[in-house]
Design a protein around this ligand. Structure first.
Ligand code: 1GP
Length: 245
């Protein structure tokens, strides 16, 4: 099996359509979520992770449950070393590029790399950029949060990601943000780079997915809509809209 199986899956699917990733935060998820529903809402991949508030045991059990209820790829979205689960297919090997703290840029990655190798899970090199408001991840990750009016700063980090060989760039407003990253912001970054752009944080309305698709987002991530609102039908509609623009 190819060492870049999940990255190839993402890149190949992107040739045909925009993608949607579902985020499950082991800290926020409650037991009565129906993990079987991911099969029929049109999502392409499930991210599991979050900034804090869960243990390795918690993440292992969420990943194992998802693996038994869906054939979709399960990919770790790490908050720290405790987020690495050997049961996952891959891990977004993220560097929080606009952090003030070297731990989130390279130190956790150095420590985590050995564990990832031992477990044999696929690392997907991803440049992670926190945009206003940043929410919990902005605080925990000690980010120099990029103002929503300054897309040129994000573009510079995104281009640096590409030049460093990252395979994806993730523009993050933070889980639970009032509003997603603005259209003009995404459009500006899109002009600078060729690698796929993931946009996440605060995406919950038809309007949001429409403008993000038009602005050039290749992939969107939603978490809160399922964790808090449980609105499976709405999510299914949003995914369809995003893909069909
Ligand atoms: C967080 O971008 C994701 O990393 C998801 O954000 O919970 O606001 O959908 P929401």
């Amino acid at each position: 099996m190819s060492k870049s199986r999940i990255l190839n899956y993402i890149y190949e699917k992107l040739q045909k359509e925009r993608l949607h990733f579902s985020l499950i935060d082991p800290e926020k998820i409650s037991n009565n979520i129906d993990t079987k529903m991911f099969e029929y809402i049109g999502t392409d991949l499930i991210l599991v992770g979050g900034s804090f508030g869960y243990s390795q045991e918690d993440i292992d059990s969420v990943v194992k449950e998802l693996k038994s209820n869906t054939s979709l790829p399960i990919v770790i979205f790490p908050g720290d070393l405790f987020s690495i689960s050997k049961y996952a297919d891959a891990i977004l090997f993220i560097s929080l590029l606009n952090s003030r703290n070297p731990y989130y840029i390279i130190e956790a990655q150095a420590k985590g790399s050995i564990i990832i190798k031992k477990y044999g899970i696929e690392p997907i090199p991803t440049g992670y950029i926190i945009v206003e408001p940043g929410e919990t991840v902005g605080f925990i990750g000690d980010a120099k949060i990029i103002p929503r009016k300054k897309p040129e700063i994000a573009a510079m980090y995104a281009l640096a990601s590409q030049y460093m060989g990252m395979k994806l760039v993730y523009l993050e407003a933070g889980s639970g943000a009032e509003e997603p990253i603005p259209a003009e912001f995404v459009k500006f970054v899109r002009k600078f780079i060729e690698i796929p752009i993931i946009v996440g944080g605060g995406i919950k309305k038809e309007d949001h997915v429409k403008y993000l698709a038009k602005a050039g987002a290749d992939i969107i991530v939603t978490g809160t809509i399922i964790e808090r609102e449980r609105d499976v039908e709405r999510l299914k509609r949003l995914i369809k809209t995003f893909k069909n623009i």
